[in-house]
Design a protein around this ligand. Structure first.
Ligand SMILES: O=C(O)CCC(=O)C(=O)O
Length: 277
C-alpha cells in the first residue's frame, strides 16, 4: 500500500484555488546545511560553471542537486499536484548575495517556457533561510486562474529574471513565502510571483526545479532537454538527457551546455537582448 501523501487534501485544494503551497518540510537542518556546503564547495572548485550568469540546469552537473531533484518528499508533493509526472525540464539556482539589489520582477513562469498544457509545477527549495528581509519569493494568490497575461521585457541590471519580464499587479495582495533552510514552496506555472532584494548580511539561496511535467505536457516550440524521473517511456517530442555521474565531469558539462543552449533559444524567443544562460 502506498504511504500517505505528504500534502493534505486542503493543501492540494489550496494549490488549485490559490496557485501555491508553502511551507513544506523536505530536508532536516543538517541536510540543508550539507546541501549548501556542497553547493559552495562546487562554486569554489568550478567558478566558471556556477555563478550568477550560469545558474541554469546545474542539476545536470551536480549529483547532490540531482539527488534533491529526485528527493522522495519533493516527488511525493509533485505527484499530488500534476498528472503522472514523468520528467523534470530544468532548474535554476536563485542566489542573492547579501545587501545587493537583485530582485525578480512579477511574472508567470509559463510565459516563455513553451510547454502546454499547464500541468506542471515548480518546487522552490530553500538552501538558506528565505525571509522577507532576505528577498523571499512572494506570490499574488489566485493569479494562475486567468491564464497567461502579456508581459513587458525590461532587462534591468538588478533584475535577475531571464528577460526582466514583468506584469502589473496589486502588490498589496502579495503573500511572502518565508522558508527555513530545507523547506520548499510549490507554485503553479501561471501564478504571478517575484522577489525583492536581499537586505540581510547572509546569502539567500534557493533552487527552483522548474518544472516537473505531467505526462500529457508537450513542447509548443523549440527543443526541450529533460531528465526522466523513472524508467517509463517519455514522449519523443522531448530529448531525454542523463543525470550526472560526477561533479562537473566533461560529459555532464556537455549535456548541460546543450540543454542550456536549447533552453536559451526557447526562453529568448523574440527577445531583443539575451543574457548568458
Ligand atoms: O528566487 C527568487 O527570488 C525568484 C524565484 C522564481 O521566480 C521562480 O522560482 O520562478
Amino acid at each position: 500500500m502506498r504511504p500517505m501523501a505528504i500534502l493534505t487534501d486542503e493543501q492540494v485544494a489550496q494549490y488549485h484555488e490559490q496557485g501555491w503551497i508553502s511551507p513544506v518540510d523536505v530536508l532536516f537542518a543538517d541536510e540543508a546545511a550539507a546541501a549548501l556546503a556542497a553547493l559552495e564547495e562546487a562554486e569554489a572548485a568550478f567558478p566558471d560553471d556556477l555563478h550568477a550568469e550560469n545558474r541554469n540546469n546545474a542539476h545536470l552537473v551536480l549529483p547532490f542537486l540531482a539527488e534533491l531533484a529526485l528527493h522522495e518528499r519533493v516527488l511525493d508533493c509533485v505527484r499530488s499536484l500534476v498528472d503522472d509526472p514523468l520528467t523534470l525540464s530544468s532548474s535554476v539556482l536563485f542566489a542573492k548575495a547579501p545587501h545587493t539589489g537583485s530582485y525578480v520582477s512579477w511574472h508567470q513562469d509559463a510565459t516563455y517556457m513553451a510547454l502546454a498544457p499547464a500541468d506542471f509545477v515548480t518546487p522552490w527549495l530553500a538552501l538558506t533561510p528565505s525571509t522577507v528581509e532576505g528577498g523571499c519569493v512572494s506570490v499574488i494568490p489566485g493569479t494562475h486562474q486567468g491564464g497567461i497575461v502579456p508581459h513587458t521585457d525590461a532587462f534591468g541590471n538588478d533584475n535577475i529574471l531571464t528577460r526582466g519580464q514583468y506584469v502589473e499587479v496589486d502588490a498589496s495582495t502579495a503573500v511572502d513565502l518565508v522558508l527555513e533552510a530545507g523547506q520548499m514552496s510549490l507554485h503553479h506555472p501561471h501564478l504571478v510571483h517575484g522577489s525583492q532584494p536581499n537586505r540581510t548580511d547572509d546569502r539567500r539561496v534557493g533552487v527552483a526545479f522548474q518544472s516537473y511535467l505531467g505526462s500529457g505536457v508537450r513542447p509548443t516550440r523549440g527543443e526541450h532537454h529533460v531528465v526522466a524521473l523513472g524508467d517509463r517511456p517519455v514522449d519523443p517530442a522531448f530529448r531525454v538527457v542523463p543525470w550526472p555521474t560526477g561533479t562537473c565531469t566533461p560529459e555532464g558539462r556537455a549535456v548541460r551546455a546543450a540543454a542550456n543552449a536549447a533552453y536559451s533559444d526557447v526562453l529568448y524567443d523574440g527577445a531583443e537582448v539575451r543574457r548568458l544562460l
